[in-house]
Design a protein around this ligand. Sequence first.
Ligand SMILES: [Zn+2]
Length: 362
Amino acid sequence: MVIDEDAAQIIRLIFHKYVCDGYGSQRLCRYLSEIGIRKPDGKNIPTTSINRIIKNPMYMGVIHNGEARSEPIPELQIIDPKTFQRAQELMKGRATKHSDVPLNMSGHSLLVGNVFCGHCKHPLTLTTNGHKYVNRFGEIKREMRFRYTCTYNSRHPGECGGQSGYGLTKLDGIMDRIIRYQLGKVKAASADKIIAEGHEKAIELARARCNIASKQIDEKQRELADYEAETIKVIRGQSKLSIDLLNDLVAKAKEEIVRLTAALTDVQEELEKCLAGAEAQKQEYAQLETWADIYARCTFEARKMIVSQFVKSVYVYKDYTLEVEFNVAFEDFQNLVAECGGLRQTEPDIYVTPVTKENRPA
Ligand SMILES: [Zn+2]
């Protein structure tokens, strides 16, 4: 076994920065990338690899195979054992204590599986970090902080243009406001009014067509009856009309009745469709109304379910700018609300909300 001197130089540099300059793996990853030390594919060396290097006893000349370890072999030593040991101690000290991390972290966040980094499109996952603070009795306390972290950014710092993470309370707070705002807007108009004004015209038109068609049928049937009465008069010698002409008129009237009856069936079907459509929309709308009500007073778990029903995806950009895509076509509802309530609807289904003083959660 021989030492590749170029690679050894990089390993020495990593240990030196880690032990002497107090660099963590994130900072080391950025640093190496800045000075041009990258993987053959041009990507930076991930933090996971840096951590593996720090932990690998091979660099102090120890060959290991499972649990079995050799004594340090000076010829293979890149890092002296003292530096290596110091690095191990630092790593232990840096590791987050996981004892007080709740097992089910997802229980704390409003968004799960539907939240992504707007910059690299990788999912944001929930992470915790310990935070020490001094309370009013002068005691040092530890507090867990939850963050939505860009998995790609934490593995390849600096390669994604976004933030490495977003505070859970802040992001959830903004999301909560967006949901309330959307549900509130839908709730603003009454369902009956929407149905009445949205479908009334179509229903009236279909009803009018039905009436016209039935009247035309009635007229044709009266006409037919007249022709038949006239035919009897011809037979009795009481009429001067030709029997051929009458037969012709009877046949034509019968044909017309068949045609008009078919037309009536068509418009009746159309009317039924209009009525069913109005009913379906009423039900869909009633569901939304209920959601708005439930959301206002429900538990966190229920809110999470409502959010997952409504929100298809959330893309988070720097400074908490969000792009939200909804499962429900709010646009349709909003158009109706706009038509009925005289409101101008300008909000698209996807919309971006920069954080302002007004929507910044307390
Ligand atoms: Zn990212």
